[in-house]
Design a binder for this molecule. Structure first.
Ligand code: HEM
Length: 142
């Protein structure tokens, strides 16, 4: 009986004290795909011998960014309807710009553009991250 009580107390303490595991939004999951494609491309986009896998990776990036543009950021949840529409319009426009830059990179790989030019375009895509997050990501509690 005493053992059972101790066990129950331990279980209770674990549930209360253990930090709740963060559940990732579908958008955050999609962003993780964008991140992994970008990391691959940053490594390999200058290399001509992996052209096919670079093309596959940029395709993956475009698909993920198109999917992301259909999803609503968590930060939109607390807004009233008018503000929310404005916020989502700005968000979708920013995501469209990312898609468009990724499509340009796809063309550059297909056309065999200079390795340095391909890398510059890759970095242009990467730079969407900071402004996208400053403008649309919910602030996390410190
Ligand atoms: C282009 C490079 C980008 C990379 C590598 C990237 C990466 C990520 C990652 C890894 C997360 C998940 C963070 C977490 O798990 O806490 C995330 C979240 C997020 N990102 Fe990006 N991101 C990029 C661009 C953008 C852009 C352009 C926008 C907006 C137009 C954006 C909006 C967001 C938002 C709103 C979230 C939070 C998810 C939510 O609200 O549920 N990101 N991003």
């Amino acid at each position: 009986m005493k053992r059972l009580l101790i066990l129950m107390l331990a279980l209770f303490a674990f549930t209360v004290i253990a930090p709740a595991e963060e559940v990732k939004s579908e958008l955050a999951e999609t962003m993780s795909q964008i991140k992994s494609s970008i990391e691959e491309l940053k490594q390999n986009v200058k290399q001509d011998d992996v052209r096919e896998s670079n093309l596959a990776q940029v395709e993956r990036l475009i698909t993920a960014a198109e999917k992301a543009s259909q999803l609503d950021p968590t930060a939109a949840r607390g807004l009233d309807e008018a503000a929310r529409e404005k916020f989502l319009d700005r968000y979708r426009a920013a995501m469209k710009a990312l898609v468009s830059d990724a499509q340009t990179l796809r063309e550059m790989i297909e056309d065999g553009a200079e390795p340095d030019a391909r890398y510059q375009q890759m970095m242009k895509i990467y730079q969407h991250q900071q402004s996208g997050h400053e403008r649309f990501q919910e602030e996390k509690p410190q």
